[in-house]
Design a protein around this ligand. Structure first.
Ligand code: ADP
Length: 188
């Protein structure tokens, strides 16, 4: 089950699934500033990808909130893991929206620098970091769509949503965004 919008040769796609199973060239990790393996998406990526990811991350050291750094992907299908640090949600008035948009944008910049054509994201900050899904979804999708418009790569960005509630929140945000931008939502 999924949904997509097309922008010339680019695609922004939503699916319900597991980020660790994606065969895009890079997957994005919902990391923390210290780049130390945690729970949620991070735990799943390190468990399935093996210890090389944490070893490389340790050499990088830290990544400030709103930024993103790259490691290899160990045993995962992807070639790279882009570790993005989303904000911890406080009250919605502490710069969270800008930091969340920045985490997506910086991840996409890393993918473009590596000349990757495809990248998959989880819903950054909406787990342990407490960002409400309905607020995070339009920020995530709006930021990704702007980047796709302005840059030749990546050409495919897939949001991988864990569970039906997250998928429905993103589908609604995609419909709203597509309506504003005059784009069609294809469901598959
Ligand atoms: P954060 O600390 O940035 O909030 P989490 O990893 O706790 O990151 O959660 C981010 C989002 O990813 C949550 O909405 C969570 O439900 C979802 N999630 C958890 N496991 C997976 C997975 N294996 N694949 C995709 N999304 C996942």
């Amino acid at each position: 089950m999924g949904a997509r919008v097309r922008l010339e040769d680019k695609v922004l796609e939503l699916i319900q699934g597991d980020i660790t199973e994606q065969d895009t060239e890079a997957i994005v990790n919902a990391a923390n500033e210290r780049l130390i393996p945690g729970g949620g998406v991070d735990g799943a990526i390190h468990r399935k990808g093996g210890p090389s990811i944490a070893e490389e991350a340790r050499k990088i050291g830290r990544c400030p909130t709103g930024q993103a750094v790259v490691t290899g992907a160990g045993r995962l299908k992807a070639r790279y893991v882009i570790h993005a640090v989303g904000p911890i949600y406080r009250d919605g008035k502490s710069g969270e929206a800008d930091l969340l948009a920045s985490a997506y944008r910086e991840s996409l910049k890393r993918a473009a620098e590596l000349k990757l054509s495809s990248v998959a994201f989880p819903s950054l900050s909406t787990g342990a970091y407490g960002y409400p899904l309905e607020e995070a979804a339009p920020i995530a999708l709006g930021t990704i769509l702007s980047f796709l418009r302005e840059n030749p790569l990546p050409r495919l960005v897939r949001m991988v949503l864990w569970g039906d509630r997250a998928y429905q929140a993103y589908l609604q945000a995609l419909r709203d965004l597509a309506a504003r931008e005059g784009l069609q939502v294809e469901e598959f």
